[in-house]
Design a binder for this molecule. Structure first.
Ligand SMILES: *Cc1c(COP(=O)(O)O)cnc(C)c1O
Length: 363
């Protein structure tokens, strides 16, 4: 039991900026003097439409999204998009529905499995042989001539593996950016599609964001559910069905908060500083270690392990006592994982590092 906020290192849903939560709490019962909360008003009414438009334009500004790209606010999460993407894009392939995948972790594996229901999901490269601790050298990717697109996961949330450069490919690049969107500067022109759920680095669960180059729209398979037909959603302000209004509102508050922090470039600087502090602590320790190749260590999800596994439980319990929560790694990887998204302050990482040093001294 805590009478204060803890540092929450959960991978998603994840910590949100305190300022944002306070504002949302203040406005919960009476938003904009309407005498009603944002959750209680029509999605087509003027007040919500204004909130939607502003949220959209703030995201466009933060990510510098060109007019040649549509931005969709959908539902179904990144996992839903794993089906929507092949349905919308695979028909662009010249010899029947097909796409290439570069698999660097379990989210990439899931994307392949889902896409295979709709066409050929060709694994052009995979780092499964290293236990997903690396990114295959692009020289060895076996890309197909007849694929509609190349799919990557820009940050594998479970393994803690992140592309440090966006690969250049001749086909549209489709990237699952669920866990590193807005954490670093992307050049949108490098992508055909960026997609992700909001609950890692943006806001509450329930909102998925798709940023798609407009020339890729309009090719969906006839079986595509209407709500996942990107062209139809793009024509309808993502309102073919009732959108997740509260999640969009909260994402909007986070975008304002990001702008006050100085935008994505400022967050990137801070994310480099936060992750460097944690990795240098791990590397200089006798007790902790990282399995991930230095060239692709994630700035968002720092995975590490204790060389003496018997100490795992004591480490996690001791951390929780100090209000350092949810640092246990995913069961498929083991060890520890500290998720340090934009909303995790440097003070949280410093507190974790202090605790790690203290724990090691006590061993
Ligand atoms: C969390 C996560 C997902 C799953 O997202 P849902 O919103 O639960 O569908 C997919 N990909 C990545 C990279 C993730 O981090």
């Amino acid at each position: 039991m805590f009478d204060r906020r803890v540092f929450n290192f959960a991978p998603g849903p994840a910590t949100l900026p305190e300022e944002v939560l306070k504002q949302a709490a203040d406005e919960m019962l009476n938003w904009n003097g309407l005498g009603m909360g944002v959750m209680e008003v029509s999605h087509r009414g003027k007040p919500f439409m204004a909130c939607y438009e502003e949220t959209l334009s703030d995201l466009r500004e933060l990510m510098n999204i060109p007019d040649s790209y549509a931005v969709l606010f959908l539902q179904g999460g990144a996992i839903g998009e794993n089906a929507a993407i092949p349905m919308n894009l695979m028909p662009l392939a010249k010899n029947g529905p097909k796409a290439d995948f570069v698999v660097t972790g379990i989210w990439g594996e899931k994307s392949v499995k889902e896409a295979a229901k709709y066409g050929q999901a060709h694994v052009a490269a995979s780092s499964a042989n290293t236990g997903f601790t690396s990114i295959p050298d692009q020289k060895n990717w076996q890309l197909s001539d007849d694929a509609a697109y190349v799919h990557i996961c820009s940050n594998e949330t479970v393994g803690g593996v992140e592309f440090q450069q966006v690969p250049k490919v001749s086909k549209p690049l489709v990237a699952d950016v669920s866990s590193n969107i807005l954490s670093r500067v992307f050049d949108i022109n490098d992508f055909g599609v960026l997609f992700g759920g909001a609950q890692k680095n943006i806001g509450p669960a329930g909102l998925s964001i798709v940023i798609v180059r407009k020339d890729l729209l309009g090719h969906a398979m006839p079986i595509t559910p209407m709500v996942w037909d990107w062209a139809k959603q793009a024509e309808s302000d993502s309102m073919l069905n009732t959108p997740p209004t509260y999640s969009i509102y909260l994402a909007g508050l986070v975008f304002k908060w990001l702008k006050r922090q100085g935008g994505v470039a400022a967050m990137e600087k801070q994310n480099i500083a936060k992750s460097n502090l944690l990795y240098s602590t791990i590397d200089s320790s006798g007790l902790f270690a990282s399995k991930v190749d230095e060239s692709c260590r994630s700035r968002m999800n720092v995975t590490f392990y204790l060389k003496d596994e018997k100490l795992n439980e004591a480490f996690v319990e001791g951390a929780a006592k100090q209000g350092l929560m949810n640092i246990k790694g995913h069961k498929s990887v083991g060890g520890m994982r500290a998720s340090i998204y934009n909303a995790m302050p440097m003070a949280g990482v410093q507190a974790l590092v202090e605790y790690m040093k203290e724990f090691e001294r006590g061993c």
